[in-house]
Design a protein around this ligand. Structure first.
Ligand code: GDP
Length: 296
């Protein structure tokens, strides 16, 4: 088992104890350990570099407060900076639109889009007292449409039928028309994913976005995707104006450094975390707690 960042830093601390300030060379040694810890937590390298520079600027010349040792001071600076970076932005869903408020779900296949769609439906029904309709525009996998039907029922929301011979845009427009005529507050649109980024997929979701003009476009990303999450995030960010991120599978082993990478690359706030396969396994993202997890 790898030692925690605090343990690693305290090994370096012996050399600096007794000093009133953390010197530049102490900071360099410690930042090397912080860098390792972030890379082990799967934060992408360019994001780590940027982050380390910010921490360095804050740490240099920082007073060693009271009985705390310099290692603890640095861990606290790193923790605060991590939490601030990941926690910026509005956490809950924006529904400020002429009803129905449309929420478009984007992400790779397997990221957890369909599951998250149903979790959000449940969240909107229970926490915000909304009447919610879901629809699947995934015309490539009939099983995905069926899966959305099943989980929507578990959420207590309504599901709009679609079939693989329809065009995604026609499905979306039909669902929107139905939602308007039946006074739904929210329409959640689940979309097709691929195993890897591809241009046809991006063109299709861009077209859906242009057609629906959703108030929220959520990027769903698997925390277990690790270092690769940055490339996926970059591709979706280039295709769509993302308004939020849902980080799934945080109940797994991943330290969740992907949160920092994805936040930095997209500029969008991390709104929710998926914490189980079950319909109630969704939490509002807690940046402070997540910073502790990333640091280990
Ligand atoms: P999609 O292809 O993006 O629609 O992904 P799915 O919603 O089908 O999810 C893929 C797999 O991940 C399914 O087996 C889900 O049960 C699982 N899954 C989704 N979210 C979570 C989560 O937060 N935690 C865990 N443990 N599993 C999840």
């Amino acid at each position: 088992m790898a030692s925690t960042l605090t343990e690693r830093l305290s090994r370096l601390v012996k050399t600096v104890r007794g000093q009133a300030r953390i010197t530049e060379s102490n900071v360099q040694d410690m930042l090397r350990e912080v860098r390792m810890a972030l890379l082990e937590a799967d934060v992408a390298l360019p994001v780590v570099r940027d982050f380390i520079q910010r921490v360095k600027d804050k740490a240099l010349g920082q007073e060693v407060v009271g009985s705390l040792n310099p290692g603890q001071v640095l861990v606290s600076i790193v923790h605060k900076e991590l939490a601030a970076t990941m926690g910026e932005g509005v956490a809950d869903l924006n529904l400020a639109a002429q009803p129905p408020a449309i929420i478009l779900m984007a992400g790779l296949q397997g990221a957890g889009k369909t599951t998250t769609t149903a979790k959000l439906a449940k969240h909107l029904i229970e926490k915000r007292k909304k009447k919610v309709l879901t629809v699947s525009a995934d015309v490539y996998r009939p099983a995905a449409i069926e899966q959305l039907k099943t989980v929507t029922a578990q959420a207590g929301a309504e599901w709009f039928a679609s079939t693989p011979d329809q065009k995604p845009r026609d499905i979306a427009l039909a669902a929107l028309d139905w939602a308007k005529r039946h006074y739904f507050d929210v329409l959640l649109v689940d979309t097709a994913g691929r195993l890897a980024i591809d241009e046809a997929l991006m063109a299709e979701i861009r077209d859906l976005h242009a057609t629906l003009r959703p108030v929220e476009t959520l990027f769903v990303v698997d925390a277990m995707q690790g270092q690769d999450a940055i490339n996926t995030a970059r591709a979706f960010k280039e295709a769509l104006p993302l308004t939020g991120i849902v980080l799934t599978k945080l109940d797994g082993d991943a330290r969740g450094g992907a949160a920092l990478s994805v936040r930095q690359v997209t500029g969008a706030p991390i709104k929710f975390a998926g914490v189980s396969e079950k319909i109630d396994g969704l939490e509002v993202f807690d940046a402070d707690r997540h910073a502790g997890r990333v640091l280990g």
